[in-house]
Design a protein. Structure first.
Length: 190
């Protein structure tokens, strides 16, 4: 490729932070072939269909890059259960798989470079407790702490007893968890 292509890439590095879509690269004047060559050379890292990480910047990915990348792949995906608890600081150790909730009718492909566990939730309660978290590199959807704990009880996952005791000590948070438990029909398990 010509030096002018690499000069344009340098201006893209200054203009964009972290992730960039194929459409933005095309608007910046790159062809599909040039994008493919830049990915082969390591200037771009393919994250999912239509999105790249600006690898040539030599900037480290954010700590929550998995959440951002899953939501780039499927904007309706929501980080849930143990993964949601980890990314909100309630668990010390990162789970092996990123737990992701999607609506039961959502069949979009989640082909990621890291392991994920996909949970299909009923459309009635799918959006209950979902929050959008904005970061400097992008945004992602995540369930709040109370919803995540109720889902873990509902799906009979391992729940840390210390975590439950910590939440029971906070009266306001415990009331919120009981409301979710009633809505999700897991109150008897608490």
């Amino acid at each position: 490729m010509r030096q002018s292509t690499y000069d344009r890439l340098e201006s893209v590095y200054r203009k964009f932070k972290g992730y960039i879509g194929t459409q933005e690269l095309l608007k910046e004047g790159f062809s599909n072939r040039q994008i493919a060559v830049m990915a082969e050379e390591g200037h771009l890292e393919k994250v999912c269909h239509g999105y790249y990480w600006l690898a040539g910047k030599k900037e480290a990915k954010p700590s929550d890059y998995k959440c951002i990348e899953v939501c780039l792949s499927d904007p309706r995906a929501i980080v849930c259960m143990d993964s949601a608890l980890y990314y909100q600081g309630m668990m010390k150790e990162e789970p092996e798989h990123l737990s992701v909730a999607t609506a039961r009718t959502d069949r979009s492909l989640l082909s990621m470079s890291f392991p994920i566990t996909r949970h299909y939730f009923s459309t009635n309660y799918y959006l209950t407790g979902a929050r959008k978290k904005e970061t400097e590199f992008g945004c992602y959807n995540i369930y709040d702490i109370e919803r995540s704990i109720c889902d873990m009880f509902r799906l009979e996952a391992d729940v840390d007893i210390e975590l439950v005791d910590k939440i029971k000590a906070n009266e306001e948070q415990y009331r919120r968890i009981l409301r979710y438990a009633e809505l999700l029909r897991v109150k008897q398990k608490l």
